[in-house]
Design a binder for this molecule. Sequence first.
Ligand SMILES: *[C@@H]1O[C@H](CO)[C@@H](O)[C@H](O)[C@H]1NC(C)=O
Length: 485
Amino acid sequence: MVQLLVIILISVAVGDLKEGVSSIQGDDQRVHQRPLYLNEVVFIIQSQRNSFHAKRAEERRADLIRQAVHLKQNPPVVLLLHSLSDNEGDWSILPILPFFSASFGKNSSWVVFLEEETNVKVAKLLQTLVRFDSWKEWFLGKPLHDEESTIIHHYAFADNPSVFKYPDFAAAWALSIPLINRLAKKVKDEPLKSDFTIDLKHEIALYIWEEGKGPRLTAVPELCTEPESSPTAYLCATTLNPYLPACGDPVKKEDIFVAVKTCKKFHEERVPVVKKTWERHVALLEYYSDYADPSIPTIDLGVPNTERGHCGKTFAILERFVSDAVPHTNWLLIVDDDTLISLPRLQALLRCYSPIEPVCLGERYGYGLGQGGYSYITGGGGMVFSRAAVTRLLGSGCKCYSNDAPDDMVLGMCLNALGLPVTHSPLFHQARPEDYSKDFLTHQVPISFHKHWNIDPVAVFHKWLVDDTGAATSERPHRDTRVEL
Ligand SMILES: *[C@@H]1O[C@H](CO)[C@@H](O)[C@H](O)[C@H]1NC(C)=O
């Protein structure tokens, strides 16, 4: 039956799409009687302001428009999320739903969200969407689930974490217009909670599901995250480019200054893990502590250790980075003493960015995004700054409100006040590999993980962050050649 369906789908694929795509025999409730035209679909690229990312998103838009021309259909609306308004919270999607509803709620059928590196085969996508009656509420995607309850999802569904499915954004995901319209009304009627945005894809799925009042994610096998070169990619409406793009020769390790934040009580527990794992890949590194220990060695920045945030320490590191006390480099990496990181992969990634632009890169979290809050790079996964970003931060006079304020959040507030973007890379991780869905990690070449709790950090480093060749890889590992259907 599945094979038969596939054959029918393929034969539709080669047909003429000028007249829109009509439904084929499907299971009863999904039959869509009217044809679906490409201009009933609004594409939202989950783009970012940094120039490298904005350019990738423009290329993605151009590709979608090219395909529309090729299909002899009117082009769809393709929007770059970062350019729609000045509201910092737009990347969290919910705040901008009222705009989508007002603009497209009457004349469109679907809103399809995709990432910069998501390749869309437009004809195949139309044949996929037409199976679903767009007058009903649909939330479509490639499902991810948790194997164990995880801190990044606030330990949700602790009894059975795998029951709740959330979309892998990399495969693209779609909302039917009736669902967009209802959610937009909900967003307007009940102001969004002023809270943390940690794993957006999980949080959006929870918001839509609304404890059973809204739809669950419907799994769509044609939404894929395998590379275009995979033997089963012909079954897919979407495929994925590597997240670690090939931008050229890696940045030299002499051009990255690494600051490790530690304190006396972790000199014996955590610092040896850094020394055993990634320290050897670094050319310039200093350990900053509340206690000078020549055997490591650590530098006492004169900032007392604090139990909670490390704002005082981090600002002292920024000052030191621009001083004559350390070699002049384009890039600064600040990590915790329990961060595990691949420097060769970071060197490869940084080639994509211009150090003369203010770049602040890592895993992006948000705070209060529903009500004009700010984004920040969460510290544990590693925070990367270009020299230009550090100079702007210090020049602005932005300060810690106390030494124990959370450093990453204060930096986020400062950047927000300066109008500088933070740039998200899904390759940085604030938590341990165990805390992320397996299927999500499968299509990544991760750069960092964080925390030693209940794991062997040296083993995690070797399993997840070391390349067999010893060199930086710019190719996706073909770990996942799983058949999708
Ligand atoms: C729907 O309306 C929007 C906003 O006015 C417009 O940009 C878009 O092209 C329209 N789509 C169709 C299919 O007419």
